[in-house]
Design a protein around this ligand. Structure first.
Ligand SMILES: Cc1cc2nc3c(=O)[nH]c(=O)nc-3n(C[C@H](O)[C@H](O)[C@H](O)COP(=O)(O)OP(=O)(O)OC[C@H]3O[C@@H](n4cnc5c(N)ncnc54)[C@H](O)[C@@H]3O)c2cc1C
Ligand SMILES: *[C@@H]1O[C@H](CO)[C@@H](O)[C@H](O)[C@H]1NC(C)=O
Ligand SMILES: *[C@@H]1O[C@H](CO)[C@@H](O)[C@H](O)[C@H]1NC(C)=O
Ligand SMILES: *[C@@H]1O[C@H](CO)[C@@H](O)[C@H](O)[C@H]1NC(C)=O
Ligand SMILES: *[C@@H]1O[C@H](CO)[C@@H](O)[C@H](O)[C@H]1NC(C)=O
Ligand SMILES: *[C@@H]1O[C@H](CO)[C@@H](O)[C@H](O)[C@H]1NC(C)=O
Length: 510
């Protein structure tokens, strides 16, 4: 791997940078440091560094607004688009030497303000790192972190393979650093549990490759902690043999919510357990314009068949407006599904985890509809609730192989993860919506706790910034993560300088 790149080494070998790092020009004042870092990047990588330029046709402007949620449209001092691991390594060396705050963007689908963008710091977007390499025996594929899932799938599906990645086209690889629900959730577990290795740039610029044998503690720690240990430039993913797929999306009218509630519960506790080649994403949409709630559901069978198996048939027996179910490819389905999720609106979503219980699932849907109705005057208001099982098989696979702490679940019981989201048009409405929404979520969690159903896991990729996702992994795992941090990021570069998104608690929870 690339040798250590301390900045002093760089300065000696590349004299053009010397001006940028001489002591007089780099006092420890943030603003000055950031402009120093941007200037250093610009001198090294003139074609990859973009200074602040708010004309709408500029690369800078395009990159700073290339986010799903308007909550992530911030104002970086400059944008850096590295093309290789070596370029990332040099950049991180500069940032840590100079104390420059930076953000790491994968696919830009986090809604947490500052998770992958930054005011007055450097936005590092991975989008130019996009190589895809199959291993000689086709058992793994290594992908650059700038790819989206709909860019990965067409490269591997024709070869007869898939990976345990995202279900929506434009979502990025950050999914496989956080947890990751996929079309293969019931048979293969979470995306992080199908990562065979990472290539990662540490805080001092050193590049390391992790896998089960090499840097095993870092390999473990990177499964569920997103940007806390380094800039990941590549993931090596276990491949899944492509056995054909039959699936699509079914849309249901408001009148059948009672039947959908029942199917949603049954899917959590029965179908996902019994028929592991099925994938259903039960979803409810509140439409503010009509003050109504309807259902839709991606429904997938991971085999080459020409009709849904019996286990999924009930989803078609319920009255529905339409179905796009057919012999399909994963990339086509991912493109179809993402069509309803445009960029640039205000997004907020929370998540929490319960042991599935039919009356609670029904209760939370009713309460959520009631909450959405109470703010139906908000322009463009749309709510989304999805109800996703982590099957007992997935929990077993997770066990001690990742830090999430799913091994704390009662043996033999599946879990259900809620995605509870709102979307609307104008940032001016944030102050009215967000506080009430946060209170609503806490009451729903409290109710689950009261009914003895709450499981203490906050799934990072669906979490809100006010939720403590990593602390939810439990004291034992947090302590172990802190030990890995001490070893691999002793200067806390990724705590101090990469401030956005979910962070490892600095102190063990008491
Ligand atoms: C429309 C939509 C559909 C979704 N579908 C699914 C789904 O099917 N399954 C699922 O599990 N989740 C899904 N999600 C949630 C998704 O996993 C998260 O939004 C995730 O954060 C997206 O990753 P990203 O790379 O696009 O996001 P980003 O916002 O770019 O990154 C997320 C976090 O990871 C960090 N990060 C990203 N890349 C790197 C890197 N290379 N090195 C270090 N840190 C990095 C960022 O700093 C940031 O904090 C969906 C979200 C949306 C909006
Ligand atoms: C890998 O996949 C390619 C493309 O499908 C195929 O031609 C090749 O035989 C496979 N190799 C192995 C070792 O299976
Ligand atoms: C929206 O519908 C609910 C019933 O689901 C009703 O109680 C409420 O009054 C309606 N709100 C508006 C603004 O029409
Ligand atoms: C399915 O039905 C819904 C509701 O009637 C409609 O909005 C949507 O456009 C339809 N989709 C397809 C693919 O026909
Ligand atoms: C669901 O929760 C309620 C309230 O705690 C409880 O009475 C009921 O037995 C639970 N149902 C199941 C199937 O666990
Ligand atoms: C860089 O950091 C890693 C992890 O802490 C450490 O193993 C390595 O020795 C460091 N390199 C140098 C030259 O400091």
């Amino acid at each position: 791997m690339a040798p250590l790149r301390g900045l002093s080494v760089l300065v000696a070998t590349l004299p053009s940078l010397a001006w940028a790092v001489c002591p007089e020009t780099s006092p420890p004042y943030l603003g000055v440091a950031v402009s120093t870092c941007c200037a250093a990047l610009a001198s090294y990588f003139p074609d990859s560094t973009f200074a602040r330029d708010n004309s709408q046709s500029s690369t800078y402007y395009r990159e700073k607004t290339a986010f799903w949620s308007a909550t992530e449209w911030l104002d970086p001092t400059c944008v850096f688009l590295p093309s290789s691991t070596d370029e990332v390594s040099i950049a991180v060396s500069i940032f840590s030497e100079e104390g420059c705050p930076f953000a790491i963007r994968g696919g830009g689908h986090s809604a947490i303000r500052g998770a992958a963008n930054i005011d007055n710091g450097i936005l590092v977007s991975m989008k130019r790192i996009r190589d895809i390499t199959m291993s000689p025996d086709n058992s793994t594929v290594t992908i650059g972190m700038g790819l989206t899932w709909s860019e990965v799938y067409p490269a591997i599906e024709p070869l007869g393979y898939m990976v345990v990645g995202g279900r929506f086209a434009t979502v990025g690889t950050g999914l496989a650093l956080g947890a990751g629900f996929s079309f293969f959730a019931n048979s293969h577990g979470l995306a992080i549990d199908n990562v065979a290795g990472h290539r990662v740039v540490l805080g001092n610029g050193t590049v390391v490759d992790t896998d089960a044998e090499h840097h095993p503690e870092l390999y473990w720690a990177l499964k569920g902690t997103s940007n806390n240990f380094g800039v990941v430039t590549h993931l090596t993913l276990q491949t899944v043999p492509h056995r054909g797929m039959y699936g699509g999306r079914v849309t249901y009218p408001p009148s059948v919510l009672p039947q959908l509630k029942r199917l949603t519960y049954q899917y959590q506790v029965e179908t996902a357990e019994r028929d592991i080649d099925t994938h259903v994403l039960p979803s409810y949409v509140y439409d503010g314009a009509t003050n109504t709630t309807y259902g839709f559901s991606p429904i997938v069978y991971n085999q080459a068949v020409d009709a849904l198996p019996e286990s999924l048939q009930p989803w078609l027996d319920v009255e529905h407006d339409n179905s796009t179910i057919k012999s399909n490819s994963y990339v086509d389905l991912a493109e179809e599904l993402v069509a309803g999720f445009p960029d640039g609106l205000v997004q907020t979503h929370f998540t929490f985890t319960v042991y599935p219980n039919e009356s609670y699932l029904s209760y939370i849907l009713d309460k959520w509809v009631e909450f959405c109705s109470s703010i139906s005057h908000i322009e463009g208001l749309t709510g989304l609730q999805t109800v996703m099982p982590i099957s007992t098989l997935a929990i077993e696979k997770s066990g001690i192989n990742n830090p999430l702490g799913l091994d704390r679940a009662e043996p033999g019981r599946p879990l259900t993860v809620f995605y509870l989201g709102l979307q609307f048009n104008n940032v001016e409405d944030i102050d009215e919506v967000f506080p009430a929404w946060g209170v609503f979520i806490r009451t729903m969690e409290a109710e689950a706790k009261l009914q003895d159903l709450l499981f203490p896991y906050i799934m990072l990729p669906y979490s809100d910034g006010t939720q403590q996702a990593i602390a939810s992994y439990g004291e034992r795992n947090v302590k172990r993560l802190q030990e890995v941090q001490e070893r691999y990021d002793p200067d806390l570069v990724f705590q101090r300088l990469v401030t956005g998104g979910q962070k490892i608690p600095l102190n063990p929870p008491s």
